[in-house]
Design a protein. Structure first.
Length: 272
C-alpha cells in the first residue's frame, strides 16, 4: 500500500502504473514540466523549431516539417504561419513537385502540424484514431480550425494566407525517428494519389494520446486509440511503424543517405 501523503509523492506510483500498460506511449508530465511547455520556447530559452525551405535544382520545392513540443498557442500560431509563409513563397516559383521532410520529426503536438500540412492533403477524413471499442474518429482542418470528429477543438490565428491546395506530386521523406504525431502526418498521406512516401518504416508509436489535467497542474497522457488511415487500415503494432512506398536502405553515411532520398524524390516527381 502506498504511503504517499502529498500529490507529488504519488508521481512515482502514476509512472509505474503507466509503465505497466506497455503501450510505449502513455506518459506523465509533472506540473513543472507542463508549466515549461505552456510558457513556450521563447520564455524557456529554447530554440524554436526550424522550418527549412528551398528550391532544389530550380524545380523541386523542399520544406521540412519539424517536431513541435509546446502547449503554447502563440507557438502553434507562429509554427503554422511560418510554414504557410514559406509554402506561399515556394508556390510563386511554380515548382514541378514538392518534397516534405518528416525525417527526425519524433512527434509533439499534432494540431499545428496538421494545420500546417493541410494544403497538401487532398481530402477529408484521411487520418484519425480507432479506440478499443472499434469506433473511428477522423481529424480534419478547415478555416483555421482543427476538428476531432465533428467538434472543432482548436482554433488558430492566421497572419499569412493559407496556401493554395497543392496538386503537384509530393514526395514525403520519413525515417525511423519519424514518430507519434509525425506518424499521424505520414498516415494522412497514405494512398493519396499524388504522393509517395520515401524512406524506412517509421518509429512505430502509431497510437493517439489524450491529455488529462490533474488537480496540481500536472498532465496524465493516456493512449486512447491507434492511428487509422483513409483506407481504414489500423496501425496497431507497437514498433512496426508505417511502411514507405519507396525504400531507402540504411547507411552510416548520412550525406550519401540524404542524396539517395533526394534522388528517389526527384525521380518520382519527374516521372509524374
Amino acid at each position: 500500500m502506498s504511503k504517499a501523503k502529498t500529490i507529488k509523492e504519488t508521481y512515482p506510483i502514476i509512472k509505474n502504473a503507466l509503465s505497466s500498460l506497455n503501450d510505449s506511449h502513455s506518459n506523465f508530465y509533472p506540473e513543472d514540466v507542463v508549466k515549461a511547455y505552456t510558457l513556450g520556447y521563447k520564455a524557456t530559452g529554447q530554440e524554436f523549431p526550424v522550418i527549412r525551405s528551398e528550391m532544389l535544382e530550380y524545380k523541386y520545392a523542399y520544406i521540412s516539417l519539424p517536431d513541435i513540443g509546446s502547449f503554447n498557442k502563440d507557438d502553434w500560431n507562429l509554427y503554422i504561419n511560418t510554414f504557410y509563409a514559406k509554402v506561399n513563397d515556394l508556390q510563386k516559383r511554380k515548382p514541378k513537385g514538392w518534397i516534405i521532410d518528416l525525417r527526425e520529426n519524433f512527434g509533439g503536438m499534432l494540431y499545428p502540424m496538421y494545420a500546417a500540412i493541410a494544403p497538401f492533403l487532398d481530402d477529408k477524413n484521411i487520418v484519425g484514431t480507432k479506440d478499443a471499442e472499434g469506433k473511428i474518429e477522423y481529424y480534419n482542418y478547415k478555416d483555421a480550425k482543427f476538428y476531432e470528429g465533428s467538434t472543432a477543438t482548436q482554433m488558430f490565428q492566421l497572419i499569412h494566407k493559407e496556401p493554395k491546395s497543392v496538386k503537384r506530386p509530393v514526395a514525403v521523406l520519413v525515417d525511423k525517428v519519424t514518430g507519434s504525431s509525425g506518424e499521424f502526418i505520414t498516415a494522412a498521406f497514405v494512398s493519396q494519389k499524388n504522393v509517395k512516401i520515401i524512406g524506412t518504416n517509421t518509429q512505430g508509436l502509431t497510437s493517439g494520446n489524450q491529455e488529462y489535467k490533474l488537480s496540481d497542474g500536472s498532465y496524465l497522457v493516456l493512449t486512447t486509440g491507434n492511428i487509422v488511415d483513409r483506407t481504414g487500415k489500423e496501425y496497431a503494432k507497437i514498433g512496426e511503424g508505417i511502411p514507405p512506398d519507396i525504400i531507402i536502405e540504411k547507411s552510416t553515411d548520412k550525406v550519401k543517405t540524404n542524396e539517395n532520398y533526394l534522388k528517389e524524390a526527384f525521380k518520382y516527381i519527374d516521372g509524374k
